[in-house]
Design a binder for this molecule. Structure first.
Ligand SMILES: [Zn+2]
Length: 114
């Protein structure tokens, strides 16, 4: 009984396509080996397709995250600029009273109107 040919791997790695093809035509063991390799590479291509699809989903998700972050910061900036008390608190450490803003006030800190 003849030993199984083991040239396939070395031909696949070290020789050109034509050398490998020529040997596959002559050697049945390597032909079978090559069929197996073809199946594996088909499988890999299939998996690659799903992987790319998944990667695209991840990219879309990242874009969605960035967009919602921009939206959120724009909104909170809008709230900040429309809320003077909050800005005073952030800038001066406390809310400015009517007196500090230069209005005439009574002893309760309320603006006097007379
Ligand atoms: Zn062979």
């Amino acid at each position: 009984m003849k030993d199984k040919c083991s040239k396939y791997e070395s031909l696949f790695v070290f020789s050109g396509d034509d050398v490998l093809k020529k040997h596959i035509e002559e050697c049945e063991d390597c032909r079978r080996e090559d069929e197996k390799m073809q199946k594996v590479s088909e499988l890999i291509n299939e998996v690659k397709f799903y992987y790319r699809k998944k990667q695209k989903k991840i990219i879309n998700f990242k874009i969605a995250c960035a967009m919602s972050l921009v939206l959120f910061s724009t909104l909170s900036l809008g709230i900040l600029t429309s809320n003077n008390d909050l800005i005073d608190t952030l800038m001066y450490g406390e809310t400015l009273t009517a007196e500090e803003l230069g209005f005439p006030v009574d002893s309760y800190g309320l603006i006097m109107v007379d």
